[in-house]
Design a protein around this ligand. Structure first.
Ligand code: NAD
Ligand code: UDX
Length: 456
């Protein structure tokens, strides 16, 4: 099948390469000449495991190419729209300007019988409202995407489900279903569930899924605070409640909370759209989840200040917390999550920035996000290895749970920093191993003391 993918960012580049890998003839279109230039040379302008390989396979097989000219998409039978839908400046709503521009630019180039498929995350009602932009030349349907960064290829090739949101007119709805079934034939052949719905339901499925995940994370983070207040351990608690199949262990990782290019802006846009519709219950729930989530960043900073103030000879600030001025803080992790270099709304980057604003000497490391951080936050000092960041630090902060941090050797690191204070803001280290190596280990809602000491 001939396919175009309009917008080649984290979502579109993966979708284009994945569709080419299943035999389709794909053209990726993007208005950003730098991004496009990289993709044309087979380079991925962001970190996504496996994508460079898939891209080069598609390109050498002649099934994948890229262009900045929308006219080059004219022969495609199915056009996927994967452009950005960021939070509007100065508001909670989604900015749909990029989707509208993409549809407007595509409309004059549509071949008879072509199908336009929205993949971007949009507020409910968007497809119905924007369909007239295609001037009757093609049907507009919505097929939301659920991939996670860091697992994007697997999630695209083997999704948990496919959702098609089709129009009201039965004949064109059926045509759209048939075309999408052809696009996703390999997935359907392996039994991936496919839900055919109206466009409104499909749009809502996407934002509801992200909202539910955000609520789950904020729930466990709120519980983590009660754990911290009582000496209970949120990781053990999450294991225990997660064994209940109705709850499940995934997305019960307490710590610094959620960030990235999706969850934060999607819950705000969902709340804003619901309010427009006169329905505020979901907005109140999500505002509270957002508030709890943003509070995690501040809590991590406060925990660090408290821990530093309890060190012998430590200076305190006017508010009684530890004075961070001149303290050397090793920050491990800047990306919003491991296996990604994405720093959009990154909790780790926001903590590192706050520490620097409070006068700390921040020395940061991240396996992949540093080039982006150097552009976005040139004032932060970034180094090439975790060891380099830790040497001589008054405290070590783990802000993104990259595997290389989880596998650090606490005994070897202890020799390089006399302070031996570690704040594990992702609750990803083994407290017993770090304590055994002489570290003062602190988590967010984990035992202040080793479990052995509590049960003894
Ligand atoms: P992104 O910013 O990485 O990529 C968007 C791309 O679209 C950019 O390269 C931009 O230059 C391009 N673009 C903008 N306007 C264009 C136009 N008129 N024509 C052609 N190209 C244009 O964003 P992203 O993270 O890939 O997200 C895209 C959409 O997918 C958003 O709605 C997002 O919510 C949704 N989504 C993202 C993910 C994810 O993990 N990143 C997952 C599921 C859904
Ligand atoms: C999310 C959705 O998972 C995906 O389905 C959707 O298509 C896009 O948005 P993504 O943003 O790539 O994907 O990352 P995700 O794995 O969902 O993590 C989001 C944030 O939540 C990260 O900052 C992560 O650190 C945080 N998180 C995740 C937790 O704090 N605790 C957890 O248990 C899980």
């Amino acid at each position: 099948m001939r396919i175009s993918v309009i917008g080649c960012g984290y979502l579109g580049a993966v979708h284009a390469a994945a569709m080419a890998s299943q035999g389709h003839d794909v053209i990726g279109i993007d208005v950003d000449p730098v991004r496009l230039g990289a993709l044309r040379e087979g380079r991925v302008p962001f970190h996504e495991p496996g994508l460079e390989q898939l891209l080069s396979e598609g390109m050498s097989a002649g099934r994948l190419r890229f262009s900045t000219e929308i006219a080059d998409a004219a022969t495609a039978q199915v056009h996927f729209v994967a452009v950005n839908t960021p939070q509007r400046l100065g508001g909670d709503e989604a900015d749909l300007g990029y989707v509208e521009a993409a549809l407007r630019s595509l409309a004059p180039h549509l071949a008879p019988g072509a199908l336009v498929v929205g993949k971007s995350t949009v507020p409910v009602g968007t497809a119905r409202r924007l369909a007239p932009l295609l001037a009757g030349r093609a049907e507009l349907v919505w097929n939301p995407e659920f991939l996670r960064e860091g697992h994007a290829i697997d999630d695209t090739l083997r999704p948990d489900r496919l959702v098609y949101g089709v129009g009201d007119e039965p004949e064109s709805a059926e045509r759209a279903r048939v075309l999408l079934d052809e696009v996703y034939a390999p997935q359907l052949a392996t039994g991936v569930p496919r839900i055919v719905a109206d466009r409104e339901t499909a749009e809502l499925v996407k934002v509801s899924a992200n909202a539910f995940l955000a609520l789950k994370i904020s729930f466990i983070n709120a519980v983590a605070d009660v754990c911290a207040a009582t000496g209970a351990d949120v990781n053990l608690l999450a294991d225990a409640i997660g064994h209940d199949a109705r709850i499940g262990r995934r997305f019960l990782g307490a710590g610094l909370g959620f960030g990235g290019g999706c969850l934060p802006k999607d819950i705000r846009a969902f709340g804003a759209r619901a309010a427009e519709l006169g329905e505020d219950a979901i907005g109140s729930l999500l505002r509270e989840a957002d508030r709890i989530n943003l509070g995690r960043r501040h809590r991590a900073v406060e925990l660090l200040r408290t821990a530093l103030s309890s060190q012998p000879g430590a200076a305190t600030s006017v508010d009684g917390g530890g004075d961070l001025r001149g303290r050397r803080i090793a920050v491990l992790g800047l990306a919003f999550k491991p296996d990604s270099d994405d720093i959009r709304d990154s909790p780790a980057l926001s903590v590192a920035t706050e520490l620097a604003l409070l006068g700390a000497e921040v020395v940061a490391h991240d396996p992949h996000a540093v080039p982006k951080v150097r552009i976005a936050r040139p004032e932060l000092t970034c180094v090439d290895t975790a060891d380099e960041a830790v040497v001589g630090a008054d405290a070590v902060l783990v802000l993104t749970e990259w595997r290389e941090y989880r596998e650090l050797d606490p005994a070897a690191l202890a020799a390089t920093t006399p302070a031996r204070l570690v704040l594990d803001a992702r609750n990803c280290l083994d407290p017993a191993a770090w304590r055994a190596a002489g570290w003062d280990y602190r988590g967010l809602g984990r035992h202040e003391q080793p479990v052995g000491a509590l049960v003894a």
